[in-house]
Design a protein around this ligand. Sequence first.
Ligand SMILES: Cc1cc2nc3c(=O)[nH]c(=O)nc-3n(C[C@H](O)[C@H](O)[C@H](O)COP(=O)(O)OP(=O)(O)OC[C@H]3O[C@@H](n4cnc5c(N)ncnc54)[C@H](O)[C@@H]3O)c2cc1C
Length: 447
Amino acid sequence: MSKNIVMIGAGVANVNAATKLIDGEYKGKITIIDMGKNPYDRKYSEVMEGFLGAGGWSDGKLTYHTSIGGQLSKYCGEEKAMELFDQVIANFKRFHPNPSEVQCSDPKSEPEFIKPYFGLRLFPVWHVGTDYLHEIGKNWYDFLVEGGVEFYWESKVTDINFKNNKLEIGKKMDGHFLYYDTLIFGVGKSGIDFGKKLAEQYDLPTEPKPVQIGVRFEAPQKHFQKLIDVSYDFKLYRKFEDKGVSLRSFCTNNNAAYVAVEETYGDHSYNGHAKKDEAFRNNMTNFGILMEVQGIDNPFEWSRELVGKVQEEGTGLFYSPTRKPTTTSEGIEVSTIQIDSLNRIREAFKGYYTYIDDFIEDMKKVFPTLGDDWGVYIPEIKYLSPEPLVNYKDLSLTKYPNVHFVGDALSARGITVSGAQGIYVVESLLGDIKEDDYIETGDIISF
Ligand SMILES: Cc1cc2nc3c(=O)[nH]c(=O)nc-3n(C[C@H](O)[C@H](O)[C@H](O)COP(=O)(O)OP(=O)(O)OC[C@H]3O[C@@H](n4cnc5c(N)ncnc54)[C@H](O)[C@@H]3O)c2cc1C
């Protein structure tokens, strides 16, 4: 039996997976196909595609808690999950040109001033910063190439035949196909529609997910400094158990903080990132205010429809009582249409926007200088499309056990958890492989 491992997506999950294979002295062939570019050629504007995927151009906040982003402990238990997180964080430091620059924020208690209105989730976060991530990416890529990983860049996988282990590749490699023994599917958010298509085509059993939707909030950092001093990536939260609604601030960026546009299913939504280099300092803070709503029938279609209603001229919307939208770190205006009333938004959110209104009103009480000095980019969305049902021991599809789903393709939502899933899969593969399993695989690309 040959052990030809093919990974779709050179994102955080698969880059960590490939690293684990090399560290584990894996002797079979490792191939990674990505529709984006290698870290030397990837441009700033390519937010979601290329080496390290969306993680490579993110703010690089490495969160260290199993309740943040995905449900790793569901598959492997709490203790194992934390050990996998340690491995991911160690990888980021290993390829960092100056590892002592990675700062850790580790708040120990909730500050009194937020208590009447919000809870604060307390957990450590390592902060890498976007510009350092680029350097990490180059070092990491060189390590993988030297370790024998074969990369295909600007090559989009357009179809997979799970029955005869065959991939079809478009874009630069149009017309090529490739066979695998083991496939690791880590296409991230940019490949979410591809994952959905496959789930439908192969009638993959799924686990239902709640809706997670909201806005990206932006304001001058000074208003939040008191809390940032306690926790860089603060997570304010509140829960309305009887209504099945919970809200939290999500992915906070500070100092040199920029709002980023994401494109999913052809619609625009917002996220944020921050740079470490002082040259980019704009003294702004941005974070998502995300709402999780339980009990909605067909949550995926519900959120798709909502996002469609808050688009105009092919982009999302911006509302502020006083401010204008900001620019990206390259000085280009954030793609958005400014609106002067929230009525249309309230209608699209079908009553749920009240929770976001209240969240902002209460922030004004906790951070008294904030007043009307803020804006929201609408929408921010975490598409929790139904998660393909996997075997918990190795994240393989219950119908196709040589196909493993990892990262955002398995609803991970975060760097540490995505990387941890990649490593988890590889640990199980390495455990299963015996020395005499390896044979020469020969050329795998055909015309
Ligand atoms: C602007 C921004 C900021 C973020 N900030 C943070 C943060 O600070 N902390 C945090 O924990 N998380 C953050 N995230 C989320 C985090 O980046 C993702 O959760 C993580 O990268 C997911 O890893 P992944 O490997 O599953 O997918 P990705 O890293 O997204 O990689 C997927 C890769 O698959 C490739 N691909 C997709 N489809 C195909 C196809 N058909 N054929 C070939 N290749 C394909 C893409 O080109 C991409 O390179 C941020 C995301 C964004 C967009």
